[in-house]
Design a binder for this molecule. Structure first.
Ligand code: NAD
Length: 308
């Protein structure tokens, strides 16, 4: 069986992925399902059912701590990880004027350096064995900027640049790299973000910006989660496919509805098209935002919906 280490398994995509892998009918995986706070292991253990203690073990791992990473890897039999899934991540939304540099750094620390830290730890073993697969849960925001997600998108762009660069070298060692890019996923992620936003003042931010954030961005975001959000089960299934693939892709988007939007950057390398269309969808034709995403993929945009 291949040893798969997954970070951030107390909830959401990580929990689902760990369980799906551990319940593989052919028992092809030994899953080390890790989380920062073991007091939160109840939901994972319950979902794992009979796999617990057989094909799934739970271990403590804080991706922001060198000691925690070393300690976790030292407990893995043979210390060998065949598949690493960097899933742990945090969101951050809000006007940049109102966010502290310390808060921004904590997002980069988790989403970017957290993944880098784990990779540094498993890479020597993978290189020695001339085999391995590094999977990273990125986001469509690793491919395109989204209003008021500046820092989160930056952290995922960092991930994309880092792992695309590494992929070239690692091909030489028979190690695959895969970036999985979901759109909105219905997990605790959005709830945690909204809780953080509702209690925050964003000091130093002008009233227009606050209005755009609270009255334009937040409702549009909520509506997008509601209308095109995927389940963590769906995203986990897409990741399992990537792990099973004999020729793993460097990139895999999980939500077909986002493909046309991300393609705008490729179509017009100046970036104007992406920025103008996205601006228009938020400020000028808000009714098109959801319908657009819902229907762009299949080309069924209803004709009665016209820009205002
Ligand atoms: P989630 O909040 O349920 O899961 C994130 C997990 O990461 C949590 O269990 C959290 O405890 C863990 N975590 C945070 N900091 C950690 C640390 N220092 N060490 C170890 N674990 C830590 O949300 P999710 O949606 O399952 O998110 C999983 C991944 O998917 C993240 O990387 C996120 O950026 C990405 N993603 C989420 C969405 C979405 O809309 N939910 C969309 C695209 C990408």
């Amino acid at each position: 069986a291949r040893t798969v280490l997954v970070s951030g398994c107390s909830s959401g995509i990580g929990l689902e992925l760990a369980v799906q892998l551990a319940r593989d009918p052919k028992q092809r995986y030994q899953v080390v399902a890790t989380m920062r706070d073991l007091r939160k292991k109840g939901a994972l253990e319950e979902a794992a059912g009979e796999a617990l203690g057989k094909t799934l073990t739970v271990a403590q791992l804080d991706v922001c701590s060198d000691e925690s990473v070393a300690q976790c890897l030292s407990c893995i039999q043979g210390g060998e990880v065949d598949v690493l899934v960097n899933n742990a991540g945090l969101g951050l939304v809000g006007p940049v004027e109102g966010l502290s540099i310390a808060t921004m750094k904590s997002i980069l620390d988790t989403n970017f350096f957290g993944a880098v830290r784990l990779v540094k730890a498993v890479l020597p073993g993978m290189k020695r064995r001339r085999q391995g697969h590094i999977v990273v849960v990125s986001s469509v925001m690793g491919l395109q900027g989204v209003m008021f997600n500046d820092v989160y998108a930056a952290s995922k762009f960092a991930v994309e640049g880092f792992f695309e660069s590494l992929a070239i070298q690692l091909l030489q060692f028979n190690i695959h790299v895969s970036l999985v890019e979901p759109g909105p996923v219905i997990t605790d992620f959005e709830g945690k973000l909204l809780a953080q936003v509702s209690s925050q003042e964003f000091p130093g931010t002008d009233p227009d910006t606050l209005h755009y954030f609270r009255d334009i961005y937040l409702p549009a975001s909520r509506e997008l989660f509601r209308s095109v959000g995927q389940s963590p089960q769906d995203v986990a299934r897409a990741i399992v496919k990537v792990i099973n693939s004999s020729r793993p892709p460097l990139r895999r988007q999980t939500n077909a509805r986002y493909v046309p939007l991300t393609a705008l950057k490729v179509v017009a390398p100046s970036g104007h098209l992406y920025v103008r269309v996205t601006h228009g969808l938020l400020f000028r034709w808000p009714r098109l935002l959801n319908l657009g995403l819902r229907c762009l993929a299949c080309g069924c945009l209803p004709t009665r919906v016209r820009p205002q």
